[in-house]
Ligand binder design. Structure first.
Ligand code: OGA
Ligand code: MN
Length: 205
């Protein structure tokens, strides 16, 4: 990520003060478009699976909780995924130089929400896994308009709410442990690439 020092300072400062930030110009539009094409292609070829958290009978509960389909990035990553990872790891290093978050490994998945699907209010840190430190969501939706809805709604610790529309190239960043959030149901298919910087755990990337 060829970030200007001022840009990384702004991101680090916002995360430090408020716990979240959103930017529209962190990644090259060409890269964002290529990621969108890949996500759509993978979904067309049934390579995304209904998201679940838990096993057996608990799967039903997960389907009520979140209606997206996901696919984790793995070591077989494509050229565009490698470009995305290079940028995200550069962002990690830049943030680590300015904040004491101890960002270490990174994990990421594509997600597609069909029209009407949602993700209930939640935090990204789980009871059985507290390794996630910073959540990132890159949106991949060309020509997204307000009437398509599908915002990411942050519930901030002061009780206020902030809606972020999933327009192409926008990235939301927030502290995984602190910021509750939900995905409001979109009116058209909604694509994203969610990533988490972790302080420990399996060395994904
Ligand atoms: C998640 C999540 C938000 C979004 O995958 O945990 O909250 O806007 N995604 O897609
Ligand atoms: Mn989340």
């Amino acid at each position: 990520m060829d970030m200007l020092p001022g840009q990384i300072h702004t991101i680090a400062d916002a995360i430090d003060r408020h716990g979240w930030y959103t930017a529209d110009d962190l990644l090259d539009p060409g890269l964002v478009g290529a990621l969108a094409d890949e996500c759509l292609d993978m979904d067309t070829h049934a390579q995304l699976q209904p998201a679940h958290v838990g096993r057996g009978s608990k799967r039903r509960l997960a389907a009520a909780l979140r209606g997206d389909r996901t696919r984790w990035l793995d070591e077989s990553f494509s050229k565009v995924q490698a470009d995305y990872l290079t940028h995200m790891l550069a962002l990690r290093d830049a943030l680590n130089r300015r904040l004491f978050l101890g960002l270490h490994t990174f994990e990421a998945h594509y997600a597609v929400y069909p029209p009407g699907a949602h993700y209930d209010r939640h935090r990204d840190r789980f009871r059985d896994d507290d390794a996630r430190v910073l959540s990132t969501v890159l949106y991949l939706n060309r020509n997204w308009r307000p009437e398509h809805e599908g915002a990411l709604r942050l519930h901030l610790p002061d009780g206020s709410q902030h809606n972020i529309l999933p327009v192409s190239g926008r990235m939301a960043l927030f502290l995984s442990a602190d910021i509750e959030h939900e995905v409001l149901a979109p009116r058209r298919e909604r694509m994203s690439l969610a990533g988490w910087f972790r302080r420990n755990g399996p060395p994904f990337f």
